[in-house]
Write a protein that binds this ligand. Structure first.
Ligand SMILES: [Zn+2]
Ligand SMILES: [Zn+2]
Ligand SMILES: [Zn+2]
Length: 140
């Protein structure tokens, strides 16, 4: 999603665009990898030194609720990462450093089709793989 699309989505749901909110969105868009709330805060604080972690969490939760951001690492909320929604995909989470790697393919789609054939109405799914990245594996 582009910045303009996200802003449109927020306005469409009846929320205001504050300078802090815009800065949080920009920090998300600038991040090379899905950031943690703390990393978003560090970026936002360069321009808004008064912003607190609560504000960042509140905004990230809002963005998740309206479907602009997905939360990664469902197992541990403190190390959760947030990513601007692109295509549907899943993540491999390193239990050592917390790095989230985006996986190209969804392996669950055909299972969803099978469930639909059984009469279930499926609205979505979440799936994560946990392990250790090559770097963290060395020091295990
Ligand atoms: Zn790692
Ligand atoms: Zn991803
Ligand atoms: Zn999937």
């Amino acid at each position: 999603m582009k910045q303009s699309e996200i802003i449109q989505q927020i306005k469409g749901k009846g929320f205001k665009i504050t300078p802090q909110r815009r800065a949080i969105i920009d920090a998300m868009l600038l991040a090379e990898r899905p950031p943690t709330a703390k990393e978003v805060l560090d970026t936002v604080r360069l321009n808004f030194p008064d912003v607190g972690l609560d504000t960042v969490y509140r905004n990230l939760n809002l963005l998740s609720e309206i479907g602009c951001v997905i939360q990664i690492n469902l197992k541990n909320s403190e190390t959760s990462r947030f990513e601007i929604l692109k295509r549907h995909h899943h993540h491999l989470i390193c239990l050592g450093c917390g790095e989230a790697t985006c996986l190209e393919k969804c392996m669950l789609e055909k299972h969803m089709d099978a469930l639909k054939d059984q009469g279930y109405k499926i609205v979505g799914h979440a799936f994560e793989i946990y392990g250790y990245c090559p770097q963290c594996s060395i020091s295990l």
